[in-house]
Write a protein that binds this ligand. Structure first.
Ligand SMILES: Cc1cc2nc3c(=O)[nH]c(=O)nc-3n(C[C@H](O)[C@H](O)[C@H](O)COP(=O)(O)OP(=O)(O)OC[C@H]3O[C@@H](n4cnc5c(N)ncnc54)[C@H](O)[C@@H]3O)c2cc1C
Length: 640
């Protein structure tokens, strides 16, 4: 299979503009003749559904939650990037592009990343027009703060609730169309399969999560905006409902899955407190603007942090990376936290934590200023950890947070299956091997508000309006039957282990062996362990309840079943990539200073995996999309 990224020709800065000029259009009076399915109504899907309906297309929008407002996007705290250069500190579209390409360790497409940087400014204008209450300076200008991996301040924010406020904006825009009939809205509905007729995506199979009814929906195009798969690790900062099911089922129908092992571990989360914890909580990266990260210099120093004098504190990020200090990118900060804990310098009961300290910032700026910036985050920390971060340092540790991998898409956000698109965290995204902070909201909204509305028309223009095969077509029958059979199978096992128990065990394998750092031996043993556990799952899981009513256990059971297959693909991908890059640290490939050692000669490609089947083991074929760098020079990343 030859992967065609469909990146337009021409100078980098002109690619998107000239592509927009050259793409085919659907006339306004014809748009209402096309139906588009949008699965997922978080920031990417909500923005996409609203924009497409506003253009006149008929949209059907689906989400798992009772309201689109509860999408995982609501959790985003810190902010959204755009190179408006309001602080006049030298920012530009090129610089945002460059930081993002470099931050991703040169494993993303130049053209996509440039478009992202270019469109970002429009997102801010769009959100402001919707009334999103971004923080402002005294002058009235929108305020910016800095995030990791950049030496400028370009992050727009609404206190620590940026995702929530942006989601409310997208939600309002979407509900306006629900109200006026442009969008038919299906909350509490889960997509279980995509229907492909003659090689083209023509619809989906869903399950009504309240009645259990299996339903069929036909359309001219299907978009998956179903978020990331961080919950494969069991413990992550993602909402419990985040899952891989829609993307994985599409993968099993032929959509390629790209870079599955590229998973971001966020450095500033509240540490794990015990075996029965179900969720981890992020402390926004924005805190690294003012908080200083440190551990005691002496092993086993169990004094209260406030009693440890300045010269006995090891500000390891500031010392090791003087240029970026506490604002190194997430992969670097996470690896360093693990490293100091592995050296025995970790703090707290488990020794798996480092301090994030605001003492100096409070002294410098005053309590009120710090509280205005981070008050809700401090309160959240105190509620969970029982310690007051105004009075003593927070304890933090890395946790799984974001997945750069996802469905492979071309420049138009279309997968290799015609008519099947993917947006937001669900696609393999523009972040390469590591996402910079505040760039996921930027990407999701860029996909939804600006890219899809332009590229979908180009696809639909070649399809005769009103083409319908009928939901009684063989392919709909087959897919609906399969969905029902899988559910019946899960309910009939009636084994002895709970779904959570399996998920927790799977998560432990994935965290220990496909986590912050990986090596060949561990990856090979992870594959074996995953296969064995998966086999046990299918013979020994206990799924309580029935299929024809609201059954959260059943929902989780098929999501965990999909995580089992995905986990094996992640290990295969990490094994194939015999280099270190961004989040993917292969212990065998490090510089003398312990930094990721890339191998551009052999691995400057996107790994795009094709599903072949699961028979005890996962059978896959690897396709490679070579990455060409015409506009940036590949360098060893340095934040020193
Ligand atoms: C705690 C936290 C804080 C973050 N803070 C920031 C930040 O400050 N800045 C930043 O840029 N990024 C941040 N991120 C990342 C960012 O929030 C996400 O990457 C982004 O919101 C994902 O948006 P999305 O629209 O792609 O997916 P989501 O918001 O996850 O939406 C997925 C949608 O798909 C639906 N869905 C899923 N599966 C199915 C299915 N099978 N059938 C039907 N519907 C389905 C869900 O119901 C939901 O509507 C943060 C992430 C976390 C975890």
């Amino acid at each position: 299979m030859k992967l065609d990224s469909k990146v337009p020709e021409g100078p980098l800065e002109q690619k998107w503009e000239s592509h927009k000029k050259n793409m085919k259009l659907v006339a306004p009076n014809n748009r209402r003749k096309y139906e588009i399915i949008m699965v997922g109504t978080g920031l990417a899907g909500g923005a996409g559904a609203a924009s497409l309906a506003e253009m006149g297309y008929k949209v059907k929008a689906f989400c798992i939650q009772d309201s689109a407002r509860r999408a995982h996007s609501i959790a985003a705290q810190g902010g959204i990037n755009a190179a408006k250069n309001y602080p006049n500190d030298g920012d530009s579209i090129y610089r945002l592009f460059y930081d993002t390409i470099k931050g991703g360790d040169y494993r993303s497409r130049e053209a996509n990343v440039y478009r992202l940087a270019e469109v970002a400014n429009n997102i801010i204008d769009q959100a402001v027009a919707q009334g999103v209450p971004f923080a402002r300076e005294y002058s009235g200008l929108l305020a910016n703060r800095s995030f990791g991996g950049a030496q400028v301040s370009r992050t727009f924010y609404a206190r620590g609730q940026t995702g929530q406020q942006l989601l409310l904006g997208a939600y309002q825009a979407m509900m306006r169309q629900v109200e006026s009939g442009g969008i038919e809205y299906f909350p509490r509905t889960e997509m279980l399969d995509v229907v492909i007729i003659d090689g083209v995506a023509r619809g989906i199979i869903t399950r009504d999560l309240v009645t259990g009814e299996i339903q069929r929906h036909e359309a001219d195009a299907v978009i998956l905006s179903t978020g990331g798969y961080g919950n494969v690790f069991y413990l992550s900062t993602n909402a419990k409902n985040s899952n891989v099911t829609a993307a994985w089922r599409a993968h099993k129908k032929g959509a390629l899955f790209a870079n599955p092992s590229f998973v971001q571990v966020h450095p500033t989360c509240i540490p794990v407190s015990g075996d029965y914890q179900s969720k981890l909580t992020l402390m926004s990266e924005s805190l690294r603007n003012d908080g200083r990260v440190w551990v005691p210099r002496k092993k086993g120093d169990d004094r209260h942090p406030n009693d440890i004098p300045e010269d006995e504190r090891y500000y390891y990020l500031e010392e090791r990376y003087p240029s970026f200090g506490n604002l190194v990118p997430r992969d670097v900060a996470s690896r360093n936290a693990k490293m100091v804990c592995d050296e025995g310098l970790g703090v707290g009961e488990t020794g798996l934590a480092v301090y994030l300290d605001f003492r100096d910032a409070i002294k410098r700026d005053g309590m009120d200023t710090i509280s205005a910036k981070y008050g809700n985050l401090f309160d959240m920390y105190e509620n969970i950890a029982g310690e007051n971060p105004y009075k003593q340092p927070m304890r933090i540790f890395p946790a799984v947070h974001y997945t750069m991998g996802g469905l492979w898409v071309d420049y138009n956000l279309m997968t290799n299956i015609p008519g099947l698109f993917a947006a937001g965290e669900a696609n393999f995204s523009d972040h390469g091997a590591n996402r910079l902070g505040a760039s996921a909201l930027m990407q999701g909204l860029s996909d939804g508000y600006f890219v899809l509305p332009a590229t979908i028309g180009n696809y639909l223009a070649d399809i005769k309006p009103g083409t319908r095969y009928g939901t009684d077509h063989d392919e709909f029958d087959k897919a609906a039957r399969k969905a029902q059979d899988d559910i019946d199978k899960l309910l009939s096992i009636k084994g002895k282990r709970t779904i959570i128990d399996f998920h927790r065990s799977l998560g432990k394998i994935v965290w220990d062996k496909i986590g912050i750092s990986r090596n060949k031996e561990d990856l090979e043993s992870a594959i074996k362990e995953i296969q064995e556990l998966r086999e046990e799952f299918w013979s020994n899981v206990f799924v309580p309840g029935e299929k024809n009513n609201y059954n959260k256990y059943l929902e989780f059971a098929f999501r965990v079943a999909d995580f089992f297959e995905l986990a094996e693909l992640m290990a295969q991908d990490a094994l194939d990539r015999a280099e270190s890059c961004g989040c993917h640290l292969r212990e065998e490939y490090q510089t003398e200073e312990g930094e990721a050692l890339r191998n551009d000669k052999d691995f400057a490609y996107v790994s795009a995996w094709e599903f072949q089947g699961v028979n005890g083991k996962l059978d896959t074929t690897l396709h490679k999309e070579p990455l060409k760098f015409e506009f940036v020079e590949l360098k060893q990343r340095s934040y020193k």
